[in-house]
Design a protein around this ligand. Structure first.
Ligand code: CMP
Length: 723
């Protein structure tokens, strides 16, 4: 309890003057209650003694003045309480928000948005109850009791002593003996949560509910949930009522016995009637306030404490973003960026994402970083941005170790475009200006032009002033991405970082965007992470990452000539032709031979195959099929990335990412079994697909393909079996 009191005081400390005002007004209010009770004594005793010794006039004046003072104190008290409450809550919310800005990207990666939002909503509400409302109610009652007890003692100690002793015992017994309402209330809350989640699931599942005519089934399941909730609610409510009734009658018992004893004393002439009346008035108030403290305030504070703990937990979560916030300024990038023996893992238990990376990127170069998903290419950028710091080794810009630099200073040099661009609910102009608030309109126009946004701006009703809406929902993925590019261009950064920035764009827009990026390369260093190798043709330097290490470095010609990893990746992506809008893909026999799956296949079957494949496109996040679905089609990825995930004991886990040139969906067709994994598009993905029959005749006609597919399927089955 002491720690709780200390914590409550800590929240109140910055607002101690409001607190002092609150206490003063509470005391004034309590004082009036006492004055009122005492005046009753004076009046009654006066009446009974035939002729009051104090004139009723002066008592009335006293009462009116007392009433006015008490009422003003009540109003002031309400105002101060509201103000203090709002200020404390504002403090808490601001410090929570500040904390979120400081916490590392790693923390954000791990935490769930829902949980963080709950801390702002439910937990802060609980905190407000436990730290503000209930302590105030408790203080008011306590202040009143502080006045009542001595006055009652003075008035009639023979009655006051048992009352004062009995009340805490009664409150304690009521709390112990009354049926436990807390548990029933918790159960009710759990049932409400279950009802809410089934509503939310039903909303998300509407297409399926309709498609499969599941309305009745959903209704029955929901009806069952509701009747469980109904039972829990009525049990909880009944227990709450019982608690109230219990305490009401227990308190009445105390009052009756004390008043009864008083009446006996009065009848025997051992107690003045006026004193008894005043005493009864105070007794009623006293028992009420003690009940409030014991029955409501203390349990409520205890209950609210879980919220306070969760808020405190977030406020003391570490580690804050990148350790060294060294105050050094970064003069700029002249010579090179160097990774020196850099290793990095997201957490000590995770596998290393980067292993002993040594890499020199000359200032002013146009560099592409490529490699399979998970090879560490994006992690290199995160380290450069100081979202994370290396576990060992160091990263240098010229002669400056990044650890000695303030991350904010460092990022001032950079313009970054991520795979997804977040748009705020503001005008397009504001969204672009974000990266360089002082930029003038002409500069914004130039950035819009460079990012290939001019056409869109002309089409929009209010041009650049169009509000793009919450999370930018009015714009397509490609359009948002161009806003991201414009944002980065506007900053005229020395170092332009692009993390799969063009992968959501269709081929025509992508090549436009790449051209725009290439147009910006003079006078700055551009580092582009991409899995789309066509965008690397003009790079000064291509870095090929593999399993966390640098596998190859060179320009396009050199790497193709070497015939190693890059050359193989390049070949894999060359078998297809995609229409300019990315909607239709086609394969031609001569190009199909470049796909590893189809390499060495004679031309005749290839020509037939080329005619059979149909283009199937998936939007970002679309589920191609789910684990357990029947297997019907085989897919070749033309452009895009998909995630393969399987249900394990510990929940769903990603087993692979497949991209341009890879195939999937073969296992179910080969085995005649259901799908053994769920496949989801990570980026907008274009595939070429054939159905089961075509797949089977392809295997029968072309033994080379059958072999490759079987070998890969066996490898995958082995990988899955060993997980
Ligand atoms: P299928 O079982 O038809 O549907 C799920 C597909 O996911 C499966 O075929 C494979 O194409 C693919 N898949 C399953 N496991 C792996 C894995 N370990 N690595 C790569 N792809 C896989």
């Amino acid at each position: 309890m002491l720690t709780i009191v200390r914590r409550i005081l800590a929240f109140w400390r910055p607002h101690r003057w409001l607190g002092a005002g609150l206490i003063a007004t509470m005391l004034l209010k309590a004082l009036f209650t006492v004055v009122l009770a005492l005046s009753i004594k004076v009046i009654i005793d006066g009446v009974l003694a035939d002729g009051p010794d104090t004139s009723p006039g002066s008592i009335l004046v006293l009462l009116v003045v007392g009433f006015l003072v008490s009422a003003s104190a009540g109003i002031a008290n309400g105002y101060l309480a509201a103000r203090a409450g709002a200020e404390i809550l504002a403090d808490v919310r601001l410090s929570l928000f500040d904390r979120l800005q400081e916490l590392s990207i790693g923390f954000h990666r791990k935490s769930q948005t829902g949980d963080l939002l709950a801390r702002f909503a439910t937990d802060v509400a609980q905190l407000s109850n436990g730290v503000i409302r209930q302590p105030l109610v408790g203080m008011t009652s306590f202040a009143a009791v502080l006045f009542y007890v001595p006055v009652m003692m003075l008035l009639e100690p023979r009655l006051a002593t048992p009352a004062v002793l009995m009340m805490p015992i009664v409150v304690y017994l009521v709390n112990r003996l009354a049926p436990d309402a807390d548990q029933a209330l918790d159960e009710e809350k759990r049932q409400i949560a279950a009802v809410l989640s089934s509503v939310s699931e039903n909303l998300r599942a509407q297409p399926i509910v309709r498609a499969f005519g599941l309305q009745n089934r959903s209704r029955v399941a929901f009806g069952r949930r509701i009747s469980t909730l109904r039972a829990a609610s009525s049990r909880a409510e009944f227990r709450v009522q019982l608690l109230a009734v219990f305490s009401e009658y227990a308190v009445a018992l105390v009052q009756i016995s004390v008043v009864g004893a008083g009446a006996v004393l009065a009848l025997r002439g051992k107690l003045e009637v006026g004193t008894l009346a005043a005493f009864v008035g105070l007794l009623v108030e006293f028992t009420w306030e003690t009940t409030v403290i014991g029955r409501d305030v203390l349990p409520e504070i205890r209950k609210a404490w879980s919220g306070v703990r969760r808020v405190d937990e977030l406020l003391s979560t570490g580690p804050v973003s990148a350790k060294g916030v060294g105050g050094m300024m970064v003069p700029g990038l002249e010579e090179s960026i160097r990774f020196e023996n850099v290793s990095f893992g997201y957490s000590p238990d995770d596998a290393l994402q980067l292993r002993d990376v040594n890499l020199v990127i000359p200032g002013g170069a146009y560099v592409a970083i490529v490699g399979a998903s998970g090879s560490g290419k994006s992690t290199l950028l995160s380290i450069l941005l100081r979202f994370y710091d290396p576990s060992s080794g160091r990263t240098m810009i010229d002669s400056m170790d990044l650890m000695d630099v303030d991350p904010r200073e460092l990022r001032r040099l950079m313009g970054t475009v991520f795979q997804e661009t977040f748009l705020f609910n503001a005008s397009l102009r504001e969204n672009i200006r974000l990266s360089a608030p002082e930029a003038g309109d002409a500069e914004i126009d130039a950035a819009v032009e460079a990012a290939g946004l001019s056409e869109l701006v002309e089409l929009l009703p209010d041009g650049l002033e169009t509000i793009v809406g919450e999370s930018g929902r009015q714009l397509s993925g490609g359009q948002s991405q161009r806003v991201g590019l414009a944002r980065a261009f506007l900053r005229r950064p020395q170092l332009l970082l692009l993390d799969e920035a063009t992968s959501a764009l269709d081929p025509a827009t992508e090549s436009e965007a790449v051209r725009a990026i290439e147009g910006l390369r003079s006078g700055r260093t551009v580092i582009m992470v991409t899995h789309r190798l066509e965008t690397t043709v003009n790079a000064d330097m291509i870095v090929v990452m593999r399993e966390g290490t640098v596998d190859e470095v060179g320009d396009f010609e050199e790497l193709i000539e070497r015939g190693q990893t890059f050359a193989r990746m390049w070949e894999k992506q060359q078998g297809f032709r995609v229409s300019r809008d990315g909607r239709a893909a086609s394969v031609t026999a001569d190009r199909l031979t470049a796909v590893p799956l189809l390499a060495g296949v004679p031309v005749a079957p290839l020509q037939r195959l080329a005619g059979e494949f149909v283009t199937v496109r998936f939007d970002k996040d679309a589920v191609v099929f789910e684990e357990g679905d029947p297997g019907e089609r085989f897919y070749l990825i033309v452009r895009g990335v998909v995630e393969v995930s399987r249900m394990g004991e510990a929940g769903e886990r990603v087993v692979a990412y497949l991209e341009d040139g890879d195939f999937f969906g073969e296992m179910a067709l080969l085995e005649g079994a259901p799908r053994n994994a769920t496949v989801t598009a990570v980026t907008p993905t274009t595939t070429l697909s054939i159905d089961r029959e075509q797949f089977e005749s392809m295997l029968a006609d072309v033994p080379e393909i059958a072999r490759t597919i079987r070998v890969e399927a066996a490898d995958r089955a082995r990988a899955n079996g060993s997980q």
